[in-house]
Design a protein around this ligand. Sequence first.
Ligand SMILES: Cc1cc2nc3c(=O)[nH]c(=O)nc-3n(C[C@H](O)[C@H](O)[C@H](O)COP(=O)(O)O)c2cc1C
Length: 331
Amino acid sequence: MSALSTTYLGLSLRSPLVASAGPLTGSMDSLRKLEDAGAAAVVLPSVFEEQVRNEEAFVDHFLEIQSEAQPEAQRFFPDPELYPVQRPRQLELLQEAKAALEIPVIASLNGATSQGWKELALQMKEAGADAIELNLYEVAADPSVDSAELENRQCELVRELSECLKLPLAVKLSPYYSALANMAGKLEQAGAGALVLFNRFYQPDFDCERRTASRRLGLSTSREHLLPQTWISILRSQRQLDLAASSGMHQAGDVLGALMAGADIVMSTSALLKNGPEHIGTLTRELVEWMEEHDYPHIDDLRGCMQRKYLEDPSLVERANYLTLLHQGEW
Ligand SMILES: Cc1cc2nc3c(=O)[nH]c(=O)nc-3n(C[C@H](O)[C@H](O)[C@H](O)COP(=O)(O)O)c2cc1C
């Protein structure tokens, strides 16, 4: 057993360092480079709910036009064999990746309703996905939907998917739930095998001169690792399901902090985009060096040592710490 070997969603991994969904996991060339550099698993770019719905809508629209234009249109109806709903490109990539890579390949779905695309998750399973990651990216901007309704809908989706899939299911969350610890428990009960903490909320910048919103998706910085680290420290003391740290994992110190908080794995997109796929090798090497210097034979010997219940002062990760900091002027 190597010093870094671990498990995630029941999969055996050579290390806790996983490449999260992003441009580098979107081509066979960079997927191979990630595997060669030491990535323990890869998460492919998401298939978006809208992508699937639009493709279905396109075929529906085509059928409608044909039937309206020709009363005897039956014969013009496209043969579903010839005009299938186009398979998202990610499914082809998944099949190729499964054939070419030895490390586990996780397929990703991005959506928040169950309409019409559970089928796709089953196709991902058939294509060989080792697990599915469901990214519940949703901006709760509808004032008529309260948090209970939104959360119940999301939990129901997780329940339906986990029941029909019978494949390990991770749920990627935003940090903006009003009761995240409670939601984590509900997702675990609904069948989530892991939580990925966190996705990043896309916040468009404004071009004030032109009064337009920019479409740039900024990369994270190392500073952002504190948010997943804090929440993993809290949730590790409460829940049994696996926890993946995502956001701001740029340096070996960020990875170490997440593992000490209790993460099962650590994911990276921005740092690999900035530094190239080889960066995962650098992180792995630096992690091993640190463990050797500090006499930790295996990551299990340090994992979770900084989870909330083991902290000398557990309030450090909660509100009391905020108050103390403000009053002591420690900034
Ligand atoms: C260019 C780009 C594309 C991304 N595409 C996806 C995606 O398809 N699905 C997904 O769940 N997350 C996607 N993400 C989010 C990342 O997987 C990751 O959760 C986020 O960037 C935070 O991690 P990081 O700080 O290591 O970048 C993308 C991120 C970037 C920068």
